[in-house]
Design a binder for this molecule. Structure first.
Ligand SMILES: NC(=O)c1ccc[n+]([C@@H]2O[C@H](COP(=O)([O-])OP(=O)(O)OC[C@H]3O[C@@H](n4cnc5c(N)ncnc54)[C@H](O)[C@@H]3O)[C@@H](O)[C@H]2O)c1
Length: 185
């Protein structure tokens, strides 16, 4: 019983000293904040860093030549993320089959990818139209076996849900759901 009492007392003392240490740390942190006169440096402590660059670990420069001899299909490659995915694979040495329902938009993507030395094939195709996909994939398969398919084509609603007509809403559903189906491969 005496041993138990001693143990409890020692534990309580350790607990108190830890608590005091914690409070002292909090006070130190608070006074550091208070002493910090510049509003900017105070903000810098809580502001997240905005990174608009590709993270170093996945930067296309790390994959130069890794996709040499591979056929990569990217849907919605006319602009935005799809264009940059295509460009990344071009840098990695891939041959590209690019799809978009706006074929003219893809010309710029083609130029950028060819500047990286890639062979590029363009296809006008609406990924929500099953038979267009079957036909396009049939044409692409004549080039070679498809090694990578990036189902990027899609989009978000331009207006809020209640401001859309039913057709606009349903168009978005089809764009995002049918576009990621790979059943025609
Ligand atoms: N931009 C973002 O912040 C964001 C965030 C989350 C997800 N995404 C998704 O990433 C993908 C690309 O986004 P983005 O911002 O580059 O879009 P974007 O609108 O800039 O480009 C989409 C491209 O896909 C094409 N496309 C759209 N529907 C198509 C269809 N049915 N058939 C063929 N081509 C079609 C368009 O012509 C366009 O060239 C989309 O699926 C989007 O939902 C984007």
């Amino acid at each position: 019983m005496k041993a138990l009492k001693t143990l409890l007392s020692v534990s309580f003392i350790i607990y108190l000293s830890q608590l005091r240490l914690f409070v002292r740390n909090c006070e130190g942190f608070a006074s550091k904040l208070g002493a910090d006169q510049g509003a900017n440096s105070r903000l810098a402590m809580v502001q997240p860093t905005l990174n608009t660059e590709v993270y170093a670990a996945i930067h296309p420069d790390n994959f130069k030549g890794h996709f040499k001899g591979k056929l990569v299909v990217v849907t919605g490659a006319g602009r935005g993320i799809g264009r940059h995915i295509a460009l990344g694979f071009a840098k990695a040495g891939a041959t590209l089959a690019l799809l978009d329902f706006d074929i003219e938009r893809q010309e710029e993507t083609r130029k950028l990818c060819e500047a990286e030395g890639a062979k590029v094939y363009l296809y006008g195709c609406d990924v929500t139209k099953y038979y267009q996909c079957v036909k396009t994939v049939g044409e692409i398969k004549k080039l070679a076996t498809i090694d990578v398919l990036v189902n990027n084509a899609g989009g978000g609603p331009i207006r809020g849900f209640i401001s859309q007509s039913f057709d606009e809403f349903w168009g978005g559903v089809e764009q995002n759901f049918k576009g990621v189906s790979s059943r025609y491969l």
